[in-house]
Design a protein around this ligand. Sequence first.
Ligand SMILES: [Fe+2]
Ligand SMILES: [Fe+2]
Length: 197
Amino acid sequence: MKPAIKELMNDHQTILRMLRALNGMCLRLGEGKPVTTDDLGAALDFIKVFADYAHHGKEEDLLFPAMEEAGFPRDGGPIAVMLMEHAQGRAYVQALAAALERVRAGETAALKDAARAASGYSALLSAHIGKEDNILYPMAMEALPEARWETLKTEFARIEAERMGPQRRAVYEALVERLLAAYPAPELARPAGGMCH
Ligand SMILES: [Fe+2]
Ligand SMILES: [Fe+2]
């Protein structure tokens, strides 16, 4: 296992635990029980910063371009599918943020929209992670030369330092555990999946 891929897969494990907590929040809302907007807002912040800004940053700014150098097209095939799913994830994030704003403004019925966006995001991203762990990352490990993994590791460390850092990471990891304990949910199904829908 290449250390850079190990790092991405470790990020995935943390993200998957948050997706499980999101499912727990949706279950709770579905039963008509309360979920605080603060907790939903904290999950949204995790998704924006940990999952999208830092983790997807490592993929979009570094890993995918390195795969393009190795001959993978950007506008077709697995990289295009991954980019499209990142974009779909951002649309769910926007929908969740908008719904939360309405809830905060007193429109409690918007909690339903928040739950719909959260569960859509969770389903999308857990399947996406399955594709990366099982298909895309093994392809990258086959295709990239050893020297490229060395530079990727250094470049990953730069993004990690700029966008996350050990303290912030520890705070997010503690948040995931707190939300998972507060909103328990069954293990996520992890379809190995193909690259196509
Ligand atoms: Fe991704
Ligand atoms: Fe990923």
